[in-house]
Each structure stands twice: as structure tokens, then as C-alpha cells.
Design a protein around this ligand. Sequence first.
Ligand code: I24
Ligand code: DGL
Length: 275
Amino acid sequence: MYNKQPIGFIDSGVGGLTVVKEALKQLPNENILYVGDTARCPYGPRPAEQVIDYTWEMTRYLLARDIKMLVIACNTATAVALEEIKAALSIPVVGVILPGTRAALKTTKNNKIGIIGTVGTINSGSYEAALKQKAPQTTLASLACPKFVPIVESNEYYSSVAKKIVAETLQPLKHKQLDTLILGCTHYPLLRPIIQNVMGHSVTLIDSGAETVGEVSMLLDYFSIANAPQTAEQKICEFYTTGSANMFEKIADSWLNLTELSVTHIDLGGNIHAS
Ligand code: I24
Ligand code: DGL
């Protein structure tokens, strides 16, 4: 009836913590294992084949840890690797693209939806494919925003520089009469106030990560694999990073408002010098 095996989360780095934050809120009883490939982040500019390989390496690591479900928290990895990994695994595998797409379809009134993400996500055409398959009557405006991840990672996401870059980048979407915009990247919720301001308040922003956790919750119940209520002491929440555990912990502590997180450095792919 109850299943206390952990849910696995994988991401190219620390951005997937935006999804974990939602999981801690919506699924406080679930045990969590998170792998962030910080050493090889960002995935956004990388060729699809490489992103697929890296995503498999994180997946194999967590499969060996006996997870009951896998969440690909990274949009770029979901865009290129979800189908292949889902087809190969016997546990449920959830990406961030379909939940965001479903939420956008629920929200839109004029069927004009926008999607912003990394170069890898936008070039894959995965959001377009998902939307066209579900609702061919909608139009989708896609835009890669390669400058957004670096703004967040340089701690500039509230600065006037960020405002200027976001305004310039989103210019091509301004006059498309969109009423819904999907934030198709783990980092974009950090820029949400600026993006909202630039796009105007008639545009509803969809946070793919938050939507994804709602679907994870639904799947846990559908498959009857949710965990029993447990105390904070029983809860397992472990983070693994291919980069510096210390630096990962600093960001995770401040973002999740938790202290003394369990963060461990791991090597993936048998190449400790990979970068
Ligand atoms: N935010 C992200 N990545 C970083 C960062 C950040 N540095 C500052 N902030 N660095 O992603 C990436 C490279 N690091 C990773 C750790 O190991 C060393 C290399 C977005 C995170 C979203 C949860 C800004 C910042 C922060 C704390 C919380 C949130 C945040 F410092 F955006
Ligand atoms: N996690 C990535 C995504 O959601 C953003 C960072 C990166 O490019 O790796 O697309």
C-alpha cells in the first residue's frame, strides 16, 4: 500500500532545486534523491547526443539506488532524452515538458502560447510537438533565451542588467498577443518578476517545475506508491553533485531554507576530469 522508496530527481546542476522546492511543499512525506551534474552544467548549449549520454549516467546512478519514480527536472534533458529513458525503464519516468504544456492549454483563452527555454530545448522542437499533438488549433511562439541561465548563475537576477537583458530578449514575443507563456527552464522562476513585468499582466506565466510535481503527486496515487506520513526525522533527502559539494550546499541551503543538507560529491561517466 505505502512505498517508502525514494523519488529520483535529475538535473544538469542546481536549477532542478526549483522542482525540489515544490516537491518539499506538495509531497512532504516523500523521500528524495537528487543528482545535479554541476560539473558539466549547462546542458542548454550542448549537442543532443551528449545531453542524452549525461542524462543516462545520472539515471543509472539513481536506478542503482532503487528509486520508485524518476523525475527529469531539467527541460533540456527532458526535451532530448525523456522518450528514450521512459521506454527503457520499468518505473514511471516524468519530464517537465508535458506538465507545462497541459497547464498552458488549461490556462490559454486565445490559443496563443509562448515558450522560452535554452537553445537545446527550443531547437529540439519538443514543446511544439507536445502542443501540436494535443491541440493542433493552438499557435506556439518559441524563443531561446541563452542569456537567462548565466544571469541567474551570476547572481544578477534582480539587477538592472537582468531587467535590460530580459526586456531585449523577450522583445520578439511582445506583440504576438500571447496570453500564456511557459517558463521552459529550471532557472526561469528566479526571473519570474522581471519576465512578468516585461510581458505585462495579461500574460499568465507557467512554471513547468511546479506543474510537474502536481503530476508526480497524481501518479503516486494512481500507482498506489505514495509514502506513508512520516516525521521530519525519518525523511530522507539526499543531494549528489558532480561538482563541489560545498558550493552546491550553499545554494541549496539558501534556496530551500534548510540547513545541514546531505550533499555528496560523485563522479559520473568514469571520467573525473569531464567538463
Ligand atoms: N543559481 C544557480 N546556479 C548557480 C545561482 C548560482 N550561483 C548563484 N546563484 N551556480 O542556479 C551554478 C554553478 N555552481 C553550482 C554549485 O556548484 C558550483 C557551481 C539557479 C538555482 C535555482 C535554485 C543564485 C542563487 C543562489 C541561491 C539561491 C538561488 C539562486 F545563490 F538563484
Ligand atoms: N536545467 C536546464 C534546463 O532546464 C538549464 C540549465 C542548463 O542549461 O543546463 O533547461
